[in-house]
Design a protein. Structure first.
Length: 51
């Protein structure tokens, strides 16, 4: 996905960890699957499909 995806992923992951939330908790709140959030955090996708 490139630099944009990896930068977004680092930001999302950092905010999530500082908030003390799991990927599943954030995914549910955002209307995503846990796999979709994981893909964002790992830079594979920038705009995941809604869950």
């Amino acid at each position: 996905m490139g630099a944009t995806g990896s930068k977004l992923g680092r930001l999302v992951s950092g905010f999530r960890k500082r908030a003390g939330l799991t990927q599943l908790q954030v995914a549910e709140q955002a209307g995503l699957s846990a796999a979709g959030l994981r893909d964002v955090e790992q830079g594979r996708v920038v705009r995941p499909a809604p869950h």
